[in-house]
Design a protein around this ligand. Structure first.
Ligand code: TRP
Length: 451
């Protein structure tokens, strides 16, 4: 018997795929993936990354979505109800609690960075209409980080955009937004790749991304690839579990999951094909970029090239859109939880959740200027929050979801949620979440703590 979601449902399979792909495709694809690729040997990293998506990411994605669909509530309540239904320990709801905390932490700095992309979009827009725009990209970025007022303004604008969508609900808010934004994102990206092709350095970029040099594959490349697979597919904080709760029963989780992973991976590769030709064209090194690659190096290239203002506007517009559809997926689980647990309406819940995130964002924001002296374990405030949330809590969450789906959850439930898999594929999935994925993730965690 199927349960009902009080939050509404995705209207179709496409709506779910767009929303989940919207969650997956974000700053992780367009900023993080290209520089990780360049730092880890290009093609070799890409190949290992693809293997990690297939061997660990995809099976855990199936697990999160199927648990969500079975429970039809916010992750915490889904896990609590499953405990009641099947008699396992309530302690497994810790996955949901930890996930909600990680979602709030990640969104708090994600929103500040998304604010940078809004700021850059605004500067290019002004330049289009004759304003000064970005002349010295290094100074622009430095000035931005040094100015709490500007950072606060754009962080607030971005949080309001996120709260606005989540407040409108699953169909009218989330679904309508991703239906509009995901095609926009793809068009912008294709325009940028088209420009990349026209530079004459496209072949060099392709070679860089797709010629594996296996001598470069070592433990740390593996580690970086696995961590990126997690972050990019939005796994480990039960966010996909929350989206799965609104998934109609007749939609195939394996088919949708594969579509989501292909979209996420395809867009990361396209982002590489848009960025590297521009860098090669201007003789810039693609390595060691970090936050600077996108916010300083790339705008320097834009300043020198014909039509650079359009390119800059399209690029930062694209980043903003990608960040927006990801951030709504981070605010949805806490909002759904508040709706279920309190008397608050969805609007009030989204506003309350968003307010907590906004306040926490002040730590990141002030860490760049007023509190720049504050260091935790050698990291600035943003670095420390990002490390705890994405490098520790996400893999831990993924490990627990994997063990839960493989060992704790009744086999009848998982089998029933994956009827499209034949017996062989089902067994392959089950042993992956039971043994292979947990071991690989454990390997990342041990590496983090001992390294
Ligand atoms: N996947 C997004 C990106 O690549 C970020 C994100 C959204 C995320 N929701 C998440 C990361 C849940 C981990 C967990 O930018």
């Amino acid at each position: 018997m199927d349960k009902q979601s009080v939050h509404g449902m995705w209207s179709s399979r496409t709506a779910f795929i767009l929303a989940a792909a919207g969650s997956a495709v974000g700053l992780g694809n367009i900023w993080r993936f290209p520089y990780l690729t360049s730092d880890n040997g290009g093609g070799a990293f890409v190949l290992v990354y693809l293997a990690c998506i297939a061997a660990v990411g995809l099976p855990i994605l199936f697990a999160e979505v199927l648990i969500g669909r079975h429970g039809r509530q916010s992750p915490i309540n889904t896990l609590l109800n499953l405990a009641r239904e099947t008699g396992h320990s309530k302690a497994w709801a810790a996955i949901g609690v930890m996930g909600m905390i990680s979602a709030i932490l990640i969104l708090s700095f994600y929103s500040v960075v998304a604010g940078w992309t809004l700021h850059y979009s605004w500067l290019y827009l002004q330049q289009l209409f004759g304003g000064a725009g970005i002349e010295d990209a290094g100074a622009t970025f430095g000035d931005l980080l040094a100015s709490p007022g500007t950072l606060l303004f754009w962080h607030s604008v971005f949080m309001l955009l996120t709260i606005g969508v989540v407040a409108l609900g699953v169909e009218k808010g989330l679904e309508r937004t991703v239906r509009l934004l995901m095609p926009t994102l793809l068009i912008l990206l294709l325009v940028l790749v088209g420009y990349g092709i026209s530079t004459g350095y496209f072949g060099q970029a392709v070679a860089f991304l797709f010629t594996p040099d296996f001598s470069k594959v070592d433990g740390s490349v593996l580690l970086a690839a696995l961590g990126q697979a997690f972050f990019s597919l939005s796994l480990g904080l039960a966010g996909m579990m929350a989206y799965g709760a609104y998934l109609p029963r007749n939609v195939s989780i394996p088919h949708a999951g594969v579509a989501i992973a292909l979209t996420d991976t395809g867009i990361a590769l396209l982002a590489g094909l848009a960025i590297f030709p521009v860098l090669f064209n201007f003789g810039m090194s693609p390595t060691g970029g970090g936050p600077g690659l996108i916010f300083t190096t790339l705008p320097m290239a834009f300043a020198d090239m014909w039509g650079g203002v359009f390119y800059g506007l399209a690029f930062f517009g694209l980043l903003t859109v990608a960040a927006w559809t990801s951030s709504i997926s981070l605010l949805e689980p806490p909002t759904a939880y508040l709706v279920e647990r309190t008397e608050l309406t969805r609007r009030q819940s989204a506003l309350l959740g968003g307010a907590v995130v906004w306040l926490l964002g002040l730590l990141t924001l002030l860490g760049f200027n007023v509190w720049s002296e504050v260091k935790i374990g050698g990291r600035d405030l943003q670095g420390a929050i990002e490390f705890v949330a994405s490098d520790i809590m996400l893999p831990l969450g993924g490990l627990l979801v994997s063990l839960y789906a493989g060992w704790v959850l009744d086999k009848r439930i998982t089998h029933n949620e994956l009827p499209q898999l034949n017996e062989g594929l089902y067994q392959a999935w089950r042993w992956t979440v039971r043994v292979i994925a947990p071991l690989l993730v454990l390997y990342i965690l041990v590496n983090k703590f001992s390294g």
